[in-house]
Design a protein around this ligand. Structure first.
Ligand code: SAM
Ligand code: DTB
Ligand code: SF4
Length: 338
């Protein structure tokens, strides 16, 4: 996409006043890949300073939102996402598990709430849900909502009308990631295309559900591809309310196992650019935290991350222990949103 002339500029200190005004309307700012690439290329300190500046204009400093994940249906997925331990075609040791009962989901949500999570996200290893799956998930959504938590679901591609049904059951957020840039997508997934993902995001938007959409870095992509992903996210109109930036969790048996490790500062840069280009969004420092040092996580918060997955497990892989996270947040003087 070419750069357009209505770009609200940030001044040298990263002042986002003009941008804030523009964002009150629709997403009038369109980002071209070159502009985002130029942000990613900035000297590290300048980039982080700019991101923290934008962050403080749009969000309360030193706060973090906590979301807990649960896998309501695990493994056996027909898709071929090269990163995913739940794809049936890879031998990763993940055991297939039938749909959880509503009771067990509610008790996990209630435990998560007890520990301080405000949002509960239910994930399923499907290409997309069938109508009977939707019926089950609707019950889970209503029951979790009744606990006073925000609800989120990630169930794969949605057919027309399905988002509407989930919304009626009380779904606040739908997570559906673009994962990487359009150009790199085919190297990672071949069983669906980019447009399929965009179509589902459109369904979710039209149903009035908040969009949670982000991607994965550390999959062997170039910096240019990371710029391409952020451009796609930032140019959604409006851009997502929630933007999970995952670091690839390398799982033995998946095609991406053994991918060359990404310099952690590249991950921090990606967070910073997500913050600058999507100022109002909650930017989530997502998968991969267990493999990250506390110092790198602290840099991610400085770069504008203000949400994390909280709880000992993501879907099938590990996440830092709750007590460890509480200690880290304490150490950094970051308070969780209630
Ligand atoms: N099956 C649904 C789908 O693909 O949309 C929902 C569940 S899927 C596991 C949700 C997201 O988890 C994926 O889009 C991907 O971004 C992320 N994910 C899966 N495996 C991952 C891994 N090994 N490392 C980092 N993120 C991963
Ligand atoms: C998202 O962006 N990351 C989460 C959530 N949305 C569903 C999933 C991460 C999964 C990591 C691999 C696993 O635990 O299976
Ligand atoms: Fe299936 Fe989702 Fe994993 Fe892809 S990411 S293999 S669609 S569970």
């Amino acid at each position: 996409m070419r750069c357009n002339s209505i770009t609200p500029e940030l001044d040298d200190d990263g002042n986002a006043g003009e941008m804030k005004k523009a964002q009150k309307e629709r997403n009038s700012k369109k980002w071209c890949v070159e502009e985002i690439r130029a942000l990613l290329d900035r000297p590290f300190n300048d980039l982080i300073f700019q991101a923290q500046h934008v962050h403080r204009e749009f969000h309360a400093a030193n706060t973090v939102q906590l979301s807990t994940l649960i896998s309501v249906k695990t493994g056996g997925c027909p898709e071929d996402c090269g990163y995913c331990p739940q794809a049936a075609r890879y031998h990763t040791g993940v055991e297939n598990q039938a749909m959880l009962s509503v009771e067990s989901v509610v008790s996990a949500a209630s435990a998560a709430k007890e520990q301080g999570a405000t949002r509960f996200c239910m994930g399923a290893a499907w290409r997309g849900p069938k109508q009977r799956d939707i019926e089950n998930v609707k019950q889970m959504i209503s029951a979790v909502k009744a606990l006073g938590m925000e609800t989120c679901a990630t169930l794969g591609m949605l057919k027309q009308g399905q988002a509407q049904q989930l919304g009626e059951a009380g779904l606040d957020y739908y997570n559906h990631n673009l994962d990487t840039s359009p150009d790199y997508y085919e190297a990672i997934i071949t069983t669906r295309d980019y447009q399929d993902r965009l179509n589902t995001l459109q369904e979710v938007r039209e149903a009035g559900i908040n969009v949670c959409c982000g991607g994965i870095v550390g999959m062997g992509e170039t910096r240019e591809a990371r710029a391409g992903l952020i451009a796609q996210l930032a140019n959604l109109d409006p851009y997502p309310e929630s933007v999970p930036i995952n670091h690839l969790v390398q799982v033995e048996g998946t095609p991406l196992y053994g991918t060359a490790k990404l310099d952690p500062l590249e991950f921090v840069r990606t967070i910073a650019v997500a913050r600058i280009t999507m100022p109002k969004a909650m930017v989530r420092l997502s998968a991969g935290r267990r493999e990250m040092s506390e110092a790198v996580q602290a840099l991610c918060f400085l770069a504008g991350a203000n949400s994390i997955f909280y709880g000992d497990k993501l879907l099938t892989t590990g996440n830092p222990e709750v007590q460890q996270d509480q200690a880290l947040l304490n150490k950094l003087g970051i308070e969780s949103l209630t």
